[in-house]
Ligand binder design. Structure first.
Ligand code: UDP
Ligand code: MG
Length: 305
């Protein structure tokens, strides 16, 4: 069986096309399938629409979360309920092309790969949003030291062993594309052009994207700590050198008339320290979040069989 997992948040404009294209692709493949749609606390008519589609085809399963928890949590709720030998994760705004599931399936069927990642040859976002996406993905690929990771998102197909491995990662702060790389296995890539969303506005506002990027960087690297440490070290070396030079050169420097550079230096160091305390704080906060151990989401209703 193939399980298709889709998170949905206020996507009523897209759902009809999303489901009709997903259904026809899956039917075309000719294996048993289920479509698990996780409604992430939509405030529009998404849920009603989903349930109406379900009346026509019971292979459409709906999980209703108690409120909006964010799409990483929604994906997590969905893959946990997936029963298939193969599980697909796909965005619900048709930026990922449902028809590609067939190619993913063929690729994974060959037995050569356990995970097939959609690899974005191009993306539809432009301007600042596009620039931020590109910068983040480049940085993240650098952190993981894997060039391949640069252009992957949620769109992917995993076989059972890979999915079970992914589900063993219990951290609450999660960036699934990173975790998918982390588990290893044989990873394949399928090129595609990422389209623009079919309708409605992006549900991930800029602050969500920044949070997601921060989560990804903090949970996969010590880069922020390294930056603090080495910049601090550099500061120590430079100021020692300057200090020594001052002791040995009697320049007749008078603080009374030349206090401004001193003040600027003071403010600069103070700000650097504050920023670095912020970075440390982020780690403390993330540790605190994990230790609270709250569930990632609550389910209000599920319509599964
Ligand atoms: N989504 C969700 N919960 C949220 C935000 C988004 O389930 O809080 C869903 C959304 O409906 C879509 C997918 O996650 O199916 C990707 O969201 P979006 O297109 O806004 O993200 P982007 O493409 O900008 O990364
Ligand atoms: Mg989108």
């Amino acid at each position: 069986m193939i399980s298709l997992v889709i998170p949905v948040y206020n996507e009523e404009l897209v759902i009809d096309e999303l489901l009709s294209r997903s259904l026809s692709t899956l039917k075309d493949i000719g294996r048993p399938f289920e479509i698990i749609i996780v409604d992430d606390g939509s405030e529009d008519g998404s849920l009603q629409k989903l349930l109406k589609h379900r009346e026509e085809d019971k292979r459409i399963k709906v999980v209703e979360l108690s409120r909006n928890f964010g799409h990483q949590a929604a994906f997590t709720a969905g893959i946990k309920r997936s029963k298939g030998q193969y599980t697909v994760m796909m965005d619900g705004d048709l930026q990922d092309t449902p028809e590609l599931i067939k190619d993913m399936f063929e690729k994974i069927q060959s037995g050569e790969f356990d995970i097939v990642n959609g690899y974005r040859k191009s993306r539809a976002e432009s301007g600042i949003r596009g620039l931020l996406f590109t910068t983040f993905h480049k940085l993240f690929a650098l952190i993981l030291n894997k060039k391949d990771v640069e252009n992957i998102g949620n769109f992917s197909m995993l076989n059972r062993p890979a999915l079970e491995a992914l589900m063993q990662l219990k951290e609450k702060t999660r960036y699934l594309p990173g975790l998918r790389t982390y588990v290893g296995f044989k990873q394949g890539f399928l090129d595609y052009d990422r389209e623009g969303r079919k309708g409605g506005a992006p549900k991930m506002r800029l602050r969500h994207l920044i949070k997601l990027a921060t989560d990804a960087i903090f949970s996969f690297s010590r880069l922020p700590i390294f930056i603090c440490f080495y910049l601090g070290l550099l500061g120590v070396i430079i100021s020692s050198a300057v200090g020594l030079a001052m002791i040995f050169s009697d320049s007749g420097y008078s603080l009374a008339t030349n206090y401004r550079p001193v003040l600027v230096g003071l403010f600069f160091l103070g700000s650097v320290q504050l920023a670095f305390i912020g970075i440390v704080g982020e780690y403390v906060f993330k540790g605190y979040k994990e230790s609270q151990n709250r569930p990632m989401y609550f389910v209000r209703n599920e319509y599964l069989d």
